[in-house]
Design a protein around this ligand. Structure first.
Ligand code: ADP
Ligand code: MG
Length: 410
């Protein structure tokens, strides 16, 4: 079975899928959807951009009935991802007139309360969901299905306690599903404790080398920013995402790129939610065409035409590398992943090259680093200051043995 129309699901859902241009199922969809329709718990791992949202969204749309209260919950790590998944769920289920409540922080809570009252599906981040649950405005005691999208992230130390709390308010006989491009064994072990004989479904594990090429440059810390500017100007990317380790560095790099005449904006968890939304929406339309972000943008975001992902500093695990670079080369498109390494990055990069084939790029002959100065009057939080030549990263970036990936402040 390869076509959505061959599935035993409501014709209204098939119609909605056709309107979205979804005719053939991807591998993970073809393997997951029948199991979910069968009522099984599922742990599904398949590459970024392989259509995991529809793999849970289609069977949920099938199983949930209009007018019968909240029956399904989808939980994910960031507000932006929740928004995206919510929009997609809305599309799958529109001809069944299912109502989807989006529940995430940083925006006012009252409209969400109102929406929850008539919703059949809730899509949310754990923090705001718990907030509603404590206020008594969200009850999950009748749900049939629970999904953890980006499941390994949801079960790491940053979120696990919240997830456990939420789970304790759901019926034991619910159907539970986990989705991610990465699924470390220890996470699967944790998951099994609250799942019922889960079927483990693995689709494609790595983006084909024809589609995604990985490169790295060796560069001294002081010249990283200049090199980034140089490569961006040379490659002239359609849309580019630049990942940085901290909020301060993200602001700094975005500002410096703008100063160098490039159109760049920052995105991180320290920004006001309205601004986050605006910048991300702009980026979808190519304005700005460079987004400098923390790992808040690493997971799940589906942005068309991201041709380049830059690692301004190196993520600490191969999983986070996988998610960052998975913002490009999605759904059969091509892309480049370019990592800028200085000495401090080597420790983490060593782990990554064990799993991923990364090609070293020679330093371009005509590259001339420019000096970058900090001026006191510009403020980037209050960690920066004084007048000094700066390339970012050394004081704010990835320190060996520093924070683990579990930190939620991104
Ligand atoms: P994942 O969650 O696996 O990273 P997404 O669910 O975000 O992937 O899907 C990636 C992109 O592919 C989205 O733009 C989605 O609309 C599109 N897509 C998914 N499944 C199909 C399909 N069967 N046919 C056409 N496009 C699809
Ligand atoms: Mg996804």
């Amino acid at each position: 079975m390869k076509l959505f129309s061959e599935l035993n699901v409501d014709k209204r859902i098939i119609k909605a899928l056709e309107e979205m241009g979804f005719i053939d199922m991807t591998e993970v969809q073809a393997r997951v959807i029948p199991s979910v329709l069968d009522g099984k718990d599922v742990i599904a791992q398949s590459i970024t951009g392989s259509g995991k949202t529809a793999a849970f969204g289609v069977p949920i749309s099938e199983k949930v009935e209009h007018g019968k209260g909240i029956q399904a919950v989808i939980i994910g790590p960031t507000r932006e991802l929740i928004n995206q998944v919510g929009v997609e769920m809305q599309k799958f289920s529109r001809h069944k007139y299912l109502s989807i409540a989006l529940v995430f922080g940083g925006v006012s809570i009252e409209p969400q309360m109102h929406k929850i009252r008539s919703a059949e599906i809730v899509v949310g981040t754990p923090g705001r969901m718990l907030d509603h649950m404590q206020r008594g405005t969200l009850r999950l005691d009748k749900i049939k299905i629970l999904v953890l999208d980006e499941a390994d992230r949801m079960l790491d130390m940053g979120f696990i306690d919240d997830i456990k709390k939420i789970l304790s308010h759901t019926p034991a006989n619910r159907q539970t599903m986990l989705f991610s491009a990465t699924m470390p064994d220890e996470i699967v072990e944790i998951a099994k404790r609250f799942m019922k004989n889960p079927v483990k479904i693995t689709g494609e594990k790595e983006i084909s080398h024809h589609l995604l090429k990985h490169y790295y440059y060796d560069i001294i810390q002081e010249e990283k920013l200049s090199l980034l500017e140089y490569i961006i100007k040379k490659e002239n990317p359609n849309l580019a995402l630049v990942f940085c380790a901290t909020r301060g560095l993200t602001d700094f790099v975005a500002t410096e790129l703008e100063r160098a005449g490039l159109e760049a904006k920052p995105l991180h968890g320290g920004m006001e939610q309205g601004k986050r939304m605006n910048i991300l929406e702009g980026f979808h339309r190519g304005k700005p065409h460079i987004l400098v972000a923390t790992d808040v943008a690493a997971r799940g975001l589906d942005i068309k035409n991201v041709s380049h992902v830059f690692n301004y500093d190196i993520p600490k695990t191969v999983e986070e590398y996988t998610h960052r670079i998975g913002r490009t080369a999605r759904f059969g498109k091509t892309g480049k992943a370019i990592s800028l390494l200085s000495k401090q990055d080597h420790e983490f990069f060593r782990k990554i090259v064990r799993y991923i084939d990364v090609e070293k790029s020679a330093m371009p002959q005509d590259f001339k680093p420019r000096q970058i100065f900090f001026r006191r009057e510009r403020s980037f939080g209050n960690r920066f200051g004084g007048r000094r030549s700066f390339s970012g990263g050394s004081r704010f970036g990835s320190k060996p043995g520093g924070r683990r990936v579990v930190n939620r402040r991104r």
